[in-house]
Design a protein around this ligand. Structure first.
Ligand SMILES: C[S@@+](CC[C@H](N)C(=O)[O-])C[C@H]1O[C@@H](n2cnc3c(N)ncnc32)[C@H](O)[C@@H]1O
Length: 239
């Protein structure tokens, strides 16, 4: 699915395609929140695709939002700009919402989710999450809250030599019943070179953290990731 006017890198293009794939004529998001939007590339591509009622751009840095307002000055409608903390958003409970949180650290992302969930306990919300690091912290939080975060899709992607995990979750899609998010992910396919490389990186990272691991979290993570080695390509789910 090409996006005609804005050139997105591999990571943002992947998020864009996942969002468009999830949209159906009978199930369109009312609002898509491009949180921590910075340049707003993804939200602007979604705005161009005219795929929801409104795209809401959120970033906490005023000059970033001023620059974005300038870039959007020829666009007449279909968007809103909010300068503020993405964790403090009020999500209308009667609307169907997608909240995108990408390009920030996993621990920071968890803090935003905790705040958002506390402020909007009944909201029908899908989340598209793609942290730049500490994905395990994110997975731990999602794993502990299975009622609010059911897995729609997960994948590993590599963009300009950096690896990312993407997690697409839903709180309300009744067709998704048993989809508790796992601590390591179930998207591994060790026949793929990228997955092998990312796996090796994770093992190196958690081995290095064993030197200072008073709570044993790195040791547990290492053990979990090592046990993935026994999953072969043919066992790996094709999500
Ligand atoms: C690296 S950019 C990510 C841009 C885009 N989301 C992406 O994935 O390419 C990170 C942005 O997050 C914003 N940010 C960080 N914490 C935030 C928060 N709590 N609320 C709103 N914006 C935040 C920063 O100001 C910065 O512009």
């Amino acid at each position: 699915m090409m996006n005609p006017s804005i050139q997105l890198g591999v990571r943002l293009q992947t998020l864009y395609e996942l969002i468009l794939d999830r949209q159906r004529p009978t199930r369109r998001y009312d609002q898509i929140w491009d949180c921590c939007c910075d340049h707003g590339y993804l939200g602007r591509a979604l705005l161009n695709a005219n795929c929801c009622e409104q795209v809401i751009f959120v970033d906490q840095v005023p000059h970033i939002m001023d620059r974005l307002a300038d870039r959007l000055r020829t666009v007449r409608s279909g968007f809103q700009l909010i300068t503020g903390d993405a964790g403090k958003l009020s999500l209308a409970s009667e609307k169907s919402q997608l909240v995108i949180l990408a390009g920030v650290g996993g621990e920071q992302l968890v803090e935003m989710l905790i705040d958002l969930e506390a402020l909007n306990p009944g909201a029908s919300v899908d989340y598209l999450l793609c942290p730049v690091n500490h994905t395990r912290a994110l997975r731990q939080y999602l794993h502990q809250n299975p009622q609010r975060f059911k897995l729609l899709h997960e994948r590993i992607l590599c963009d300009r030599g950096r690896f990312y995990e993407v997690l697409f979750t839903t709180s309300h899609d009744s067709s998704v019943t048993e989809a508790k998010i796992s601590l390591c992910g179930e998207m591994w396919d060790f026949s793929l070179a990228d997955h092998q490389t990312y796996h090796a990186k994770l093992l190196r990272y958690y081995r290095a953290r064993l030197r200072n691991d008073p709570d044993g979290l790195a040791a547990q993570a290492l053990e979990d990731y090592q046990s993935l080695n026994s999953i072969t390509a043919s066992d790996a789910p094709s999500r």
